[in-house]
Design a protein around this ligand. Structure first.
Ligand SMILES: [Zn+2]
Length: 251
């Protein structure tokens, strides 16, 4: 199988153009990617300072619980003093009851302190570990940010290499073919030329499909394409067909 040189070059040109398109899209997407990583770093930093804020909140809460406990405790002492000054039996019994109730309140406040204190201690215990984990994530993201920043240069370098290669190939293609190709490409065809692919039918018979639209290519056309005839079109989508030996191995 031997295609006319122009046709073979055109196929090569398209492969290059597709590579260049992919790289250029990657370059266009870089700012958004940088933005995303920056946002991720920001929220990690927020999470980090959030841990210190949470610690402060828990410490404040413990101080409040202590103050509440002390207030209830003083109240209990006051009731006990008042009891000594009561002469009336009914009032005495009422005060005794009040003291019992207040003892329960004091006990409840004491349990609150224990609970908050345990929570605080546990939080302090795991805090360094949590901070380290976030710190590590931040470093990783900063590294990713750096890499992504450098990537723009690398990608542009590759594009310029491919563009030079493209110029050389272009010189070998008839201008009328080039125009035709570029016109179709501008219309949004990233595949102006597509390989045909061998498939096996239900009866095990050989057939070829256009890989642009997946429709079956009539046998006589696929034969001519395989024999090296150029610019034969798919009857369904109108793309130019070609044949690559390696397709045979794909089954
Ligand atoms: Zn087609």
């Amino acid at each position: 199988m031997q295609y006319p040189e122009d046709y073979a070059h055109l196929i090569e040109l398209q492969k290059l153009d597709n590579k260049i398109d992919t790289l250029e899209k990657e370059i266009r997407d870089l700012p958004e990617k940088l933005n995303r990583i920056n946002n991720e770093i920001e929220s990690l930093k927020k999470a980090f300072s959030g841990l210190d804020e949470e610690l402060k909140k828990k410490e404040v809460s413990l101080r409040e619980k202590n103050a509440e406990y002390n207030a209830e405790r003083e109240k209990l002492e006051r009731f006990k003093k008042q009891l000594l000054e009561i002469k009336n039996n009914d009032e005495y019994r009422a005060m005794l009851q009040q003291i019992e109730n207040q003892k329960k309140v004091v006990e409840k406040r004491e349990n609150d302190i224990i609970e908050v204190d345990e929570e605080l201690e546990e939080f302090k215990r795991v805090l360094p570990e949590k901070k380290n984990a976030i710190q590590k994530q931040i470093s990783e993201k900063v590294e990713e940010l750096e890499k992504t920043r450098n990537k723009e240069g690398v990608l542009k370098e590759r594009v310029s290499t491919l563009l030079k290669k493209r110029e050389k190939i272009e010189e070998n293609i008839k201008v009328s073919y080039l125009r035709k190709y570029e016109r179709l490409r501008k219309k949004g065809f990233n595949k102006v030329l597509v390989p045909i692919k061998r498939i096996l039918g239900m009866e095990g018979e050989e057939a070829y499909v256009c890989t642009g639209c997946n429709s079956t290519v009539p046998f006589e056309i696929s034969l001519k394409v395989r024999e090296g005839e150029a610019f034969l079109r798919c009857e369904n989508c109108g793309r130019f067909l070609y044949f690559e030996e390696k397709e045979e191995n794909d089954g």
